[in-house]
Design a protein around this ligand. Structure first.
Ligand code: URA
Length: 238
């Protein structure tokens, strides 16, 4: 194997995303040939004895890519120290350690990817890639043309202006509207905060699209399937 940075090696072993692996290194959890490494930039060839928390790690031979319809009331995480149910717990029968690609709020449902491919995770979640994400929101009241324009221009939020986004009213539910929202950032609770800013707060939120992928309509909340090869290829080509 070619020389590579320790954090990249750890990501390829499916230990965490590359950024997660960097945090593990800084925290002093990683050893190379028995010595704790805390600085970045150390290169390895894979012939060393590399361990995390004392457990040896090996590159994953099998890369797994899963689409799950995350239900409301489940955490987008691999584990939780408060014992709450995590999205990874819903996937049975897979031996490899899986991690969610980004996050959906506890109270958001819909399309979430799970994988042990740390490299792809890093790419798909890095802000510079600006991957489009699509959400279906049930909102209070009905957004008007002015609101659509504010989304298209980018809204001012308390953590700064958003990139231009798309808002389309697609239906009604009593006095409330159903809207499609498309954003290419992934800030904390961003869709909820954007709709709050135009005074049409979210009542229900579901992610229906992530980059080139659409939520499979056959997946009921909590159900999952492996991605098809053409879907994996599209993600890798982004
Ligand atoms: N925006 C939100 O507000 N919540 C999510 O879960 C995802 C995007």
């Amino acid at each position: 194997m070619e020389e590579m940075r320790l954090q990249k090696y750890l990501a390829e072993c499916g230990v965490a995303s590359r950024r997660g692996a960097e945090a593990m290194i800084v925290e002093g959890r990683v050893t190379v040939d028995g010595k704790v490494v805390t600085e970045m930039g150390v290169k390895v060839t894979g012939r060393e004895r590399i361990a995390v928390d004392g457990k040896p790690v090996k590159p994953e031979r099998n890369k797994i890519y899963i689409m799950i319809n995350k239900p409301v009331g489940v955490l987008s995480a691999a584990s939780d120290d408060r014992g709450r149910q995590c999205v990874v717990d819903l996937v049975e029968g897979i031996r490899e350690r899986l991690y969610p690609v980004g996050r959906l709020d506890y109270d958001t449902s819909g399309l979430l990817l799970l994988t042990n491919d740390g490299e792809l995770t890093m790419k798909l979640t890095h802000p510079s890639f600006e991957i489009w994400k699509t959400y279906e929101a049930v909102v209070r009241g009905e957004p008007n043309e002015g609101n659509v324009k504010r989304f298209a221009e980018g809204l001012e939020l308390d953590d700064g202006p958003t990139l231009p986004a798309l808002l389309t009213v697609t239906g009604h539910k009593g006095n409330n509207a159903i809207a499609e929202v498309r954003i290419r950032e992934g800030r904390n609770r961003q869709v909820r905060r954007m709709l709050e800013a135009i005074r049409h707060p979210v009542l229900k939120l579901k992610r229906t699209g992530f980059g080139p992928l659409e939520l499979d309509p056959d997946l009921k909340p909590g159900a999952w399937r492996h991605l098809r090869q053409d879907e994996i290829d599209k993600l890798k080509q982004l």
